[in-house]
Ligand binder design. Structure first.
Ligand code: NAG
Ligand code: NAG
Ligand code: NAG
Ligand code: NAG
Ligand code: NAG
Ligand code: NAG
Ligand code: NAG
Length: 346
């Protein structure tokens, strides 16, 4: 009798633990958790989220590559108390849920992460009431050969002006929180990138950048509305000197962060991310790592078991992406079963 009681008590406890686990680990589903559908955020709700980090997709692509998924997942982990907002041009105003289709994929992995939100990117709406709007209504986008990049350069400025926060390119893996509020990132001494920057809402530097964007607009010069714009605006207010030790430059109203913070491996060396190192760098002076995806014309990818620097970064900083899109993918390629996405973490 006592024994039976003990068995049923153990069974009950086991069940209760399982249930609690499901409740805490999988807020959106019990017992069977296939892709989490997340409501697409309406643009007017973005302001309600504090201390945002934003990623943009200015093509119609909806399915993030493993690198994009890693960038977003790593940011979600490093900034658990911030909202990670992914604006996608391919999501229209009518989409109410994301992912739109039930597949085991980057979009379902990211949807399952609690602090990641998707929202449609509507350029016309975003640029309204900024200096960029008049330019946008006049430019013939189909005549611009780098429209994907130019529209992204414009949207990131307008977003940070309107809402504040940190903008990041989708090939940046976050490894520790950025302690600064208003900052630009140096790619090299005296030269700023626009791949990552952060400002409070309505910061005058960003407004001035948008005015300069339209005054000096030239879509034929690569980077003229991007890194070149940030650099010429920074030069106006800051005495740029060469970096010596790993120390950031303090300029009026913003910090200019040392190249080690995001670009410890500089662009001529970008293939080093896809190589095996004897001793991997510690990156202990870095906040995030830019993988230079636009240099990657040969489409190098992370291959499971290759032990490259990039593979080890994925394993450490975006383990759900690694497990499902790198390990899981090879299992699928070999004809095995697809594994469902791992449960979202808190
Ligand atoms: C999408 O929604 C915004 C408001 O959130 C609106 O201003 C815009 O006109 C809409 N676009 C379309 C194509 O319906
Ligand atoms: C949005 O939905 C409405 C009504 O369902 C439809 O008429 C319209 O074409 C849709 N717009 C887009 C951009 O899909
Ligand atoms: C969903 O995916 C299935 C199979 O991959 C495809 O046949 C179907 O057209 C997709 N539906 C939508 C709405 O994309
Ligand atoms: C925009 O550019 C395209 C490609 O150069 C051209 O065919 C089209 O006529 C232009 N449209 C306008 C309104 O100028
Ligand atoms: C800029 O920095 C250099 C080197 O630190 C210094 O010699 C120069 O006086 C500075 N110029 C201004 C305008 O502050
Ligand atoms: C710094 O910001 C203040 C307002 O926040 C502005 O008045 C001032 O002009 C800015 N300084 C520079 C050098 O941009
Ligand atoms: C970074 O690592 C180097 C050597 O590995 C060490 O000397 C240095 O103190 C570390 N810096 C920080 C900020 O931890």
């Amino acid at each position: 009798m006592l024994k039976e009681f003990r068995i049923s008590l153990s069974l009950f406890l086991l069940f209760a633990c399982g249930f609690l686990y499901e409740m805490t680990m999988k807020p959106k589903c019990f017992f069977s958790c296939t892709p989490a559908y997340k409501d697409v955020m309406r643009p007017e709700n973005i302001l309600r989220h504090n201390r945002k980090i934003v990623f943009l997709e200015t093509t119609d692509r909806l399915e993030p590559s493993p690198l994009v998924s890693c960038a977003v997942e790593s940011a979600a982990r490093i900034y658990p108390d911030r909202s990670i907002i992914f604006l996608m041009k391919g999501l229209d105003n009518n989409s109410t849920h994301f992912p739109l289709n039930a597949t085991y994929s980057g979009s379902s992995i990211l949807s399952a992460i609690e602090n990641v939100f998707f929202s449609p990117l509507n350029m016309e709406t975003l640029l309204q009431e900024t200096p960029l709007f008049s330019w946008y209504t006049q430019v013939n986008s189909s005549a611009e050969k780098s429209w994907t990049h130019i529209s992204s350069d414009a949207c990131r400025l307008a977003f940070i002006w309107r809402y504040g926060g940190i903008y990041m390119d989708t090939d940046i893996i976050s490894i520790r929180p950025i302690p600064e509020g208003n900052f630009l990132a140096a790619q090299t001494s005296k030269f700023s990138s626009n791949g990552v920057f952060g400002f409070h809402r309505h910061h005058p530097f960003i407004w001035d950048c948008m005015e300069n964007f339209i005054e000096h607009y030239n879509g034929d010069i690569w980077g003229n509305q991007g890194p070149e714009l940030m650099t010429r605006m920074l030069r106006l207010s800051c005495n740029l000197t060469d970096f010596r030790e790993v120390k950031d430059l303090q300029c009026p109203n913003l910090s200019f962060l040392h190249p080690q913070r995001f670009y410890p491996i500089s662009y001529p060396e970008w293939t080093r991310y896809y190589e095996v190192w004897d001793v991997e760098p510690s990156f202990n002076d870095s906040y995030a790592l830019h993988l230079w995806n636009y240099m990657n014309q040969e489409k190098k990818t992370v291959i499971r078991g290759s032990n490259t620097l990039a593979e080890n970064l994925y394993r450490k900083y975006c383990p759900i992406t690694y497990k499902n899109l790198i390990q899981g993918k090879e299992r699928m390629d070999k004809g095995g079963l697809k594994s469902p996405p791992s449960p979202p973490y808190k």
